[in-house]
Every structure is written in structure tokens, then in C-alpha cells.
Design a protein around this ligand. Structure first.
Ligand code: PEP
Ligand code: MG
Length: 572
């Protein structure tokens, strides 16, 4: 049956393919109801899922042999008993018939009801049996969305699930997945950042995706607007083809700007850097005329692997990026593992109570001095092949900058003394992404050569609003007077000290925010290569002098509404 649902477009693109549903372990299902005429079919779905799980467990039981067969068999028997429990399952029919819940939501209600009974028991052993309930429910939930045909590789499929980690997204792309839809997530997560870099269409926050999709359904994914159509009809397919053609035409038109300067109407050149880390990104950035790489996130080398990349491996990656940019500067940011960028190498701490406030960025490098030395050596060696700058993440104080500057200097000199080729000097810069660094900037700006404002984190830490939590809605926003004031102060301090400052957060890639950034005095932006041409186009339509004039009104804006009005007046 045709169904449509929406989410937030997080990586642009369009796809047509079959769904591969991955049911999460935790049953997070939103309340949803069905029409009266759908009740019988929904109950039938539940019954066939129960029959399927029963048969599946019976089959498993038959195939058991070896030392643990007895123990595992008992465990399966217990699950089979739970499956037959009228308390758990008869209630499902009633919930679907009387309340008209979807099978998924009825399953969740039943799970919660039984779980509450278990949790109220005094006996700790009985309380712990809740895990068994969850396993049975998990099996049933997966069976509700199973595909009848044989499972094949995921290539050519569209993954529908709850969350995808940054490490996983690269693997999915390599495996040939066409697009990804998640019920949770945000546009600013590192998963989304990587998906954009990989040109893998991604829709996040599609809360209904898991209840409205079954394995094997044909889906149209419009990750330009954030719409999904399940089992499209003829008209949908025709509209899809038109959309694909329009998307291609738009890219073709933008491509005409590849060799054009990024110059405003009144002749001011704006520097467009690329956020790039893969070979593909570097080649794309180069081809689109990026001024250089403004942000090379080295932590991506540490994701999706169990081994810490050694000096040689890091050196090769950094050197290749430098060679790929043929003489244009490459800004290599030292390791920023932690928060949602959790690795499998054991470096970032697991289970920190507050990972975004934990051992992230420069803090981790300072705690693991040897690791920092290795990374700085690899970067210094790459500096022999072309201009390189070093960028420090998550700086909060002057001490951290002084520590890193000394270390970089020491590492560079030690290599030179040994006769290893290194650059004469390597400019050092800091990310400004923690409010403390923005406020204390006048106290350490003399120690750095350039600044890069990480607005993704700066907004998060300034407004105490998690960048990855879509439930916060409008609370996470750069359209806040505190952010405008802070950014304007950073630019003023940088200008006074004669230090260049760029923006490398995701707003730099958003045409809607470009006038705001330019009005506040920003003249350098760093973004994923995929956005360079759209931003160049927006800048070429701007009158810079006029924008600076109205920047004063922007700085005086008292609330989101006023900022939004200012932005609306300045978008092309
Ligand atoms: C930022 O915080 O804006 C930034 C560019 O760094 P990251 O997104 O890697 O945290
Ligand atoms: Mg950051």
C-alpha cells in the first residue's frame, strides 16, 4: 500500500530502491493508529509474526548440538513459553481492535505493561527477567517487518533504521547502499557530515520510518526535501524521474561556476575552503577551485578500524591530501575523537556520563602525549610536500594553546635535526568552538596564526543544546542573539590582531546563513565540497558594502524572530 512520510534532509540526493529494515534493539515506537478497515490485516500481521518467531525458535532448537546445547535449549524454551503467554500476546489483538494501534505500537504497549509487572517485583532475579521479555519482543518486532525472500547483500538497498554511527556510514556506502533513513539523528551529527562527504543521501528524524516500512518495500527517497514514498504509484514514479532530471540540470548549471571567482557584486573576494578528508573530497575540492582545505578531520582515520593508525599510515594520508591540493594550503586538525565520534581503537573513553563535555579533542591529545607526538610528527613530515597548517580542536584556554605550540615546534625541530624534510614553519590555529575560548580569545590570540570557528559545537555549548538531539527542535540554532554577539566579538578581536578567521561549521555551507556571516565581517568559509558551488552562487549575488551596513541591525536584533526577519530580507 502506498504511504508517505517525512524527515529532515541531512545529505542531499534522490534514490529509488528497496528497503532494508534494521530493527533496533530498544523498541522505540511512536504512538500511531490505523483506520478501522485496516484492523483485520494488522491483527493478521501480528499472528503471522508470532507464527514465524515460533517456527524460527523451533528450528533453532532442532539445530542445537554440542556442549552448550542443553543450556541454550532451556533458554529458547523459556522464550517459547513467553511467546505463548496470553498476558503478553492476547492483549495485542485487543489493543489493535479497540484502540486501533499499529501492531508496532501495540507491541510496545504490551511490552511496557509486562515490564512494569516485572519491575515491581521485589525479587532481583525476577526483575532481571525483563531482558528475556525484550528479546522475545525484539524478535517479534523484527518479524513484523521481515522480508520473505532470501536475504542478500545490502548493495542497492535503502537502509531504514534508528541510528547509524559515523564509523558505519562509510561502510554502508562502500557496500553499495543507495540511501539511509533513520528515525533519530540530526543534520549536524558526524554521521550526517560524513554522509554529505560520501554523497550518500540521508534523511534523519523520520520518526515513522520503522513503522511505515517493511523489508523489501520499494521506496522513493527524496533527500532534497526529506520525503519518502513507500510503494510508489505510477504518478510518483513519473514525478521521481522528473525530479532526478531537475536535480541533474541544477548540478549542470552550478558546474558553470567551477572556474569562476567567489566575488561579490561589488568586487570583494571571499575565500572558500573545503572541509575534506577522503581522496574523493580532495579531488572534488581541487576541481571546484577551493582555496585549500580549511578543515581536515583526522579523527575519521580512526573510525571503522580497531587499530590506532600508526605514524606511517597517518603520514601517508596527510601527504596525499597535501599532494592532491597541488600547492594550496591544507589545514590538518589534530584528533577530535569523543562525543558522537566514538572509535573502536579504545582511545576515546566509553560510557562517559557526559561525552560532549568529556575527554574530547585537545584534552584527549594532552592525556595521550605519545599519540599526540606521533600525530604531530606525521603532520610535520607531510608539510615537506606543500603548505600545511595545524588546527587544534576544543581549545578552552591559553595553556592548551601554549602546550600544543611548544610541542609542534619541538617535534618539527627534532625531525629537522635528524635530517627529515619538514617545512620551515607550520602555522598553528585554534578552533573556536567553546564559549570560553571565544571570551578568552584576546588572551591567547598572539599565540596563534589563524582561527577557525566551529559553529556546530559553539552553538551547542553556548546554548546548552545538544547538536545531535533532534527533540530539541528550535532550541539548537545559530539564530540567537548570544551567538551573533559572540561571533561578532570573535571577528573584532581577530581583525584587531590581524589574524584570519574562517567558519568551518555546517552553517558555512548553508546559503541562508551566508549573508549573516558576511554581514558580521567573515570573509573565509570552509565547507564540504558538495556545497562550494551553491555558496559561490549566493555570494556572487551579494552586495558586500550594503550587507556590512545592515550588519549593524543584525547585531542589535533582540530575538530569533528579529534575526529571522533580517535573514529573510537578505536571502536571494
Ligand atoms: C564544529 O564544531 O563546528 C566543527 C567544525 O567541528 P566538528 O563538527 O568536527 O565537531
Ligand atoms: Mg567541533
Amino acid at each position: 500500500m502506498r504511504r508517505a512520510f517525512s524527515g529532515i534532509p541531512a545529505s542531499r540526493g534522490i534514490a529509488l530502491g528497496r528497503a532494508r529494515v534494521r530493527i533496533p534493539h530498544a523498541l522505540e515506537v511512536q504512538r500511531e493508529t490505523i483506520k478501522p478497515e485496516e484492523v483485520d490485516a494488522e491483527i493478521e500481521r501480528v499472528h503471522s509474526a508470532i507464527a514465524f518467531v515460533r517456527a524460527e525458535m523451533h528450528d533453532l532448537r532442532q539445530r542445537l548440538h554440542g556442549a552448550l546445547a542443553h543450556e541454550i535449549g532451556e533458554f529458547l524454551d523459556l522464550h517459547a513459553l513467553l511467546l505463548d503467554d496470553p498476558e503478553l500476546l492476547q492483549g495485542l489483538d485487543t489493543l489493535i481492535r479497540t484502540k486501533r494501534y499499529t501492531a508496532d505500537y501495540a507491541l510496545r504497549k504490551q511490552r511496557d505493561r509486562v515490564a512494569n509487572v516485572f519491575l515491581s517485583m521485589d525479587d532481583p532475579y525476577l526483575r532481571s527477567r525483563i531482558d528475556d521479555i525484550d528479546q522475545v519482543i525484539g524478535r517479534l518486532h523484527a518479524a513484523l517487518h521481515r522480508r520473505d525472500a532470501e536475504l542478500h547483500g545490502i548493495a542497492g538497498d535503502i537502509l531504514v533504521t534508528d541510528v547509524v554511527t559515523p564509523a558505519e556510514i562509510a561502510q554502508l556506502q562502500a557496500q553499495g547502499v543507495l540511501a539511509v533513513i533513520t528515525t533519530m539523528g540530526s543534520q549536524l551529527s558526524h554521521t550526517a557530515i560524513l554522509a554529505r562527504s560520501l554523497h550518500l543521501p540521508l534523511i534523519v528524524g523520520a520518526t515513522q520510518a520503522l513503522t511505515k516500512t517493511n523489508d523489501g518495500d520499494v521506496l522513493i527517497v527524496d533527500a532534497l526535501e526529506g520525503h519518502v514514498i513507500r510503494e510508489p504509484d505510477q504518478a510518483d514514479l513519473t514525478a521521481h524521474r522528473k525530479r532526478v532530471d531537475a536535480f541533474k540540470r541544477e548540478r549542470k548549471q552550478l558546474n558553470r561556476l567551477r572556474r569562476e571567482p567567489t566575488r561579490t557584486q561589488d568586487g570583494v573576494d571571499i575565500k572558500l575552503w573545503a572541509n575534506a578528508e577522503s581522496r574523493e573530497d580532495i579531488a572534488e575540492a581541487h576541481g571546484l577551485g577551493a582555496a585549500g582545505v580549511g578543515l581536515y578531520r583526522t579523527e575519521f582515520l580512526f573510525l571503522g578500524t580497531h587499530e590506532i593508525p600508526d605514524e606511517e599510515k597517518q603520514f601517508n594520508a596527510y601527504r596525499d591530501a597535501v599532494l592532491g591540493m597541488t600547492g594550496r594550503t591544507v589545514t590538518i586538525r589534530t584528533l577530535d575523537l569523543g562525543a558522537d565520534k566514538s572509535d573502536d581503537t579504545g582511545l576515546a573513553l566509553r560510557d562517559e556520563p557526559n561525552p560532549a563535555l568529556g575527554l574530547r579533542g585537545i584534552r584527549l591529545s594532552m592525556a595521550r602525549e605519545k599519540l599526540f607526538d606521533i600525530q604531530l610528527r606525521a603532520i610535520a613530515r607531510a608539510s615537506a610536500y606543500g603548505p600545511v597548517r595545524v588546527l587544534l580542536p576544543m581549545i578552552t584556554s591559553r595553556e592548551e594553546v601554549v602546550y600544543a605550540a611548544r610541542k609542534l615546534d619541538k617535534v618539527r625541530k627534532a625531525l629537522a635535526d635528524k635530517g627529515v624534510a619538514v617545512a620551515e614553519s607550520i602555522p598553528l590555529g585554534t578552533m573556536i568552538e567553546v564559549p570560553a575560548a571565544a571570551i578568552a580569545l584576546p588572551l591567547f590570540i598572539s599565540k596563534v596564526d589563524f582561527l577557525s570557528v566551529g559553529t556546530n559545537d559553539l552553538v551547542q555549548y553556548l546554548l546548552a543544546a545538544d547538536r545531535n538531539n533532534d527533540a530539541l527542535g528550535d532550541l539548537y540554532t545559530p539564530m540567537h542573539p548570544a551567538f551573533i554577539r559572540m561571533l561578532s566579538e570573535i571577528v573584532r578581536t581577530a581583525r584587531k590582531a590581524g589574524k584570519p578567521v574562517s567558519i568551518c561549521g555546517e552553517i558555512a555551507a548553508d546559503e541562508a546563513f551566508v549573508p549573516m556571516l558576511l554581514a558580521l565581517g567573515i570573509e573565509e568559509l570552509s565547507m564540504h565540497p558538495g556545497s562550494i558551488l551553491t555558496v559561490r552562487k549566493a555570494i556572487r549575488a551579494i552586495d558586500h558594502a550594503q550587507l556590512l551596513q545592515s550588519g549593524r541591525a543584525l547585531s542589535r536584533a533582540v530575538d530569533r524572530e528579529a534575526i529571522s526577519r533580517w535573514m529573510a530580507r537578505h536571502t536571494g
